[in-house]
Ligand binder design. Structure first.
Ligand SMILES: [Zn+2]
Ligand SMILES: [Zn+2]
Length: 180
C-alpha cells in the first residue's frame, strides 16, 4: 500500500507514483467533448514534472492501471521527440511514447496569429479568432464578436465549456452591476 488516496479518501492508490505527483480520481467524472456530447466514467489523473496523464475505466482502480501503463510506457521511452498534434499552447506529445508535456514549444512559433497584430499567441480565443494578451477583447467586445459570428453563420463559442464559462461570467458580472 502506498498510503495515498484519491476520491476524498475513498480509494487507495496502488502504484508508487512520484511523491510530488498530484493525483486525483473519481468514480463518476464528467467528460465534455468538444462538440456537445458528454459521458461519465471512472478516472484517475496524475500530474508531475510537466506532464499530465489520465486513465479512464469502469472503476478507479482500473483507471489507475490505465494511467500507470501510460506512465511506464513514457518512463521506458528511449528519448522523447515532441510534436504539437494541433495544439497551439506550447504543449506537445512524444511521437514514440505519447507522453504529454506542457511548455515544449514556444507559443510565438506554434501559436495562432492574433487577429489584431498578427503575433503568434495562445492567449485567448473568441468566436474562433485568436487575440494576444495586449489585444484581449473586453466583455463588450467579446459579445460583439460572438454576435458577428452568429450573423455570419459561424460557431460563436469554442466548445461547450467555453459557452458555459461565458454564461457564468456574464451572470456574475450582471449581478455585480445590479449591486452597484
Ligand atoms: Zn517519449
Ligand atoms: Zn495582438
Amino acid at each position: 500500500m502506498t498510503g495515498r488516496t484519491v476520491d476524498h479518501g475513498r480509494s487507495e492508490v496502488a502504484r508508487p507514483w512520484p511523491q510530488d505527483a498530484h493525483l486525483s480520481g473519481g468514480s463518476r467524472g464528467l467528460v465534455l467533448r468538444r462538440y456537445g456530447d458528454r459521458y461519465r466514467t471512472a478516472f484517475f489523473e496524475a500530474s508531475y514534472a510537466g506532464t499530465f496523464l489520465r486513465g479512464e475505466a469502469e472503476t478507479i482502480a482500473e483507471a489507475e492501471e490505465a494511467a500507470w501503463a501510460k506512465h511506464t510506457r513514457a518512463a521506458g521511452c528511449p528519448g522523447h521527440e515532441y510534436e504539437t498534434r494541433g495544439y497551439t499552447n506550447g504543449a506537445g506529445f512524444c511521437r514514440h511514447c505519447d507522453r504529454f508535456a506542457s511548455g515544449v514549444f514556444d507559443v510565438r512559433t506554434v501559436g495562432i496569429p492574433c487577429t489584431e497584430c498578427g503575433e503568434r499567441t495562445n492567449w485567448t480565443r473568441v468566436a474562433g479568432q485568436m487575440f494576444c494578451r495586449e489585444h484581449d477583447p473586453d466583455r463588450h467586445e467579446r459579445a460583439r464578436l460572438r454576435e458577428q459570428a452568429r450573423a455570419q453563420g459561424r460557431e460563436p463559442y469554442d466548445g461547450p465549456l467555453d459557452e458555459l464559462l461565458d454564461e457564468l461570467l456574464a451572470a456574475m458580472l450582471d449581478a455585480d452591476e445590479e449591486e452597484r
